[in-house]
Design a binder for this molecule. Structure first.
Ligand code: F6P
Length: 372
């Protein structure tokens, strides 16, 4: 067997991708393995192949560098999820061409670094004979088979920083500030950042909200002499009886582009309370910049363990952070089987509720003199 690893990054980029690449190359080189980077996602395996050697000397500085030196893609022929997360089979012709090129490159293993969509593609590739190992990436933290994904901690840190900044301006102007963060099917970023950043209202996809409950929370704060309110809303959150808000038409080779719920929430609050309400969409700022120390060590551990799985020919698996805090394998099939969502009855939400944070569902009792 040749000792040659192909590395591909797929889906949306996220802080820590380069740190994983670095860890695989460094660990591999110690044992005489060569690494090749596939450029532009799985499409780089199609003709004309786009591949680049990954030498040890090229790894300098990658631990802290955001984005991915390999480029990435979340649409096109290699997309396994579309619209609202519907499953799609990558065309057989596409997989066959990629396999021919994979073999021609002399590769004996492929590391696919990505989230639910990328790992679903990896599973399909494994089923047709690719020796694949997966590494769990996504700022959304929505993979059920691992305690956490890399990139999430950095995204939460970015959202908390934004909330800290919004607090002072909200207070100075007696405004309602709404921060829209990412989180397609799961509200982990909104829930963790909301708690760490002192939000008054947290809106997540797992708990449908109603505007009346949000307005009541703002009124209650007014009655307490607090003339500003901080709302954090995940892009996938929606009012009762409604689906998520998209910012573009659904295309058939990618998942729907989300965005817009923050502006709707701010407009509704302003209309119903007459309090000036502004929305800030954090967007891709959450996906950029240097990974936090937590993500750096997590990426390094993921990368080293992915290499060890390859050295043991343990294919068809994803490296995961287990409940006991150790790294271990889970099958790719199990990894993409279920999305990990925030438990509305779980400790995280209960802690927030115990502080009086509103999730826009249960109206809170108003004091007699709510509006003075
Ligand atoms: O899946 C990660 C994610 O950050 C989602 O939260 C978000 O909806 C999506 O990527 C955005 O992707 P893009 O940048 O391709 O629009």
């Amino acid at each position: 067997m040749t000792k040659k690893i192909g590395i591909v990054t797929g889906g949306g980029d996220c802080p820590g991708l380069n740190a994983v690449i670095r860890a695989i190359v460094k660990a591999g080189s110690l044992y005489g393995w060569e690494c090749i980077g596939i450029h532009g996602g799985f499409d780089g395996l199609l003709t004309p192949v786009q591949a680049m050697p990954l030498a040890l000397k090229d790894m300098d500085g990658l631990l802290i560098r955001g984005g991915t030196i390999l480029g990435t893609a979340n649409s096109g022929l290699f997309s396994a999820k579309t619209g609202h997360g519907e499953l799609r089979q990558v065309p057989q012709k596409t997989l066959d061409q990629a396999k021919t090129n994979f073999d021609a490159l002399g590769l004996s293993a492929l590391v696919a670094i990505g989230g639910d969509g990328t790992l679903t593609i990896a599973q399909q590739m494994f089923e047709m004979g690719f020796p694949v190992v997966g590494v769990p990436k996504t700022i959304d933290n929505d993979l059920d088979a691992t305690q956490t994904t890399f990139g999430f901690d950095t995204a939460v840190a970015c959202a908390v920083d934004a909330l800290d900044r919004l607090h002072s301006t909200a207070q100075s102007h007696n405004r309602v500030m709404v921060l829209e963060v990412m989180g397609r099917y799961a509200g982990w970023i909104a829930a963790y950042a909301g708690l760490a950043g002192g939000a008054d209202v947290i809106l997540i996809p797992e708990i449908k909200f109603n505007y009346g409950a949000i307005i009541q929370k703002i009124q209650a704060r007014e009655a307490e002499g607090k003339h500003f309110t901080i709302v954090i809303v995940a892009e996938g959150a929606a009012p009762e009886g409604q689906g998520f808000v998209t910012s573009s038409k659904t295309e058939n080779d990618r998942e729907a582009r989300l965005g817009g719920i923050g502006h709707l929430v701010a407009a509704k609050i302003e209309a119903q309370t007459q309090k000036e309400s502004r929305c800030v969409v954090l967007g891709h700022l959450q996906r950029g910049g240097q990974p936090t120390q937590w993500d750096r060590q997590l990426c390094t551990r993921f990368g080293v363990h992915a290499f060890q799985m390859i050295a043991k020919s343990q294919f068809g698996y994803m490296v995961a952070l287990k409940e006991n805090g150790m790294m271990g394998p889970v099958t790719l099939k199990d990894a993409v089987h279920k999305i990990r969502r925030v438990d509305p009855q779980g400790e995280l939400i209960m802690t927030a509720r115990a502080l009086g944070i509103s999730f826009g569902d249960t109206p809170i009792p108003l004091p007699e003199n709510a509006w003075g």
